[in-house]
Unconditional design. Sequence first.
Length: 194
Amino acid sequence: MRLRGHRVELTPVEPERDAVALFTALDHDAVWQHVAGRPQRPDEYAETLHQSLAAGRVPWVARLRQDYAGCAQGVVVGTSSYLDVSPEDARLEIGSTAYTPGVWGSAVNPEVKLLLLTHAFDVLGAGRVQLKTDVRNVRSQRAIARLGAQYEGTLRRYQRRADGTIRDTVMFSVLADGWPAVRDRLQQRAAAAA
């Protein structure tokens, strides 16, 4: 399966095929500042991807469909995942998102989220898609809010970080009845960046 946008193409991860390219794209201290479990080698990242798949997550690989933001066509620029998928409750989460710093602030994240949200609502029949981030990750909070997701609150003492400290988590969501407005907003952002 492929989800294709103007600049980005998403494919479900295949650890043996994608681990080296993802490791290379994401091997920056800034990428892992608020994300636990930084791999030290591509084979370690492949194992992490296998574990994600075994846990029911659906990681996607983002590749550029054209030269953009200083990166060449076909280059892997990051990943985002479906997780906490609950078909009986018509909900899922989009998370574990990480991009190479060269595409931060570009049209890549809005287009990736447009593709994933469209698939979630229009194909999978989701009624709710949630997105969450570390309370310290202000850049991510701003990016999620710019997508049109609604702030729902902060979950205090939600999970342990890799360094052992306890993280508060900021929760956002998009609901099915608000999806058309969010979709229009994301499509306008993508068109404006063309």
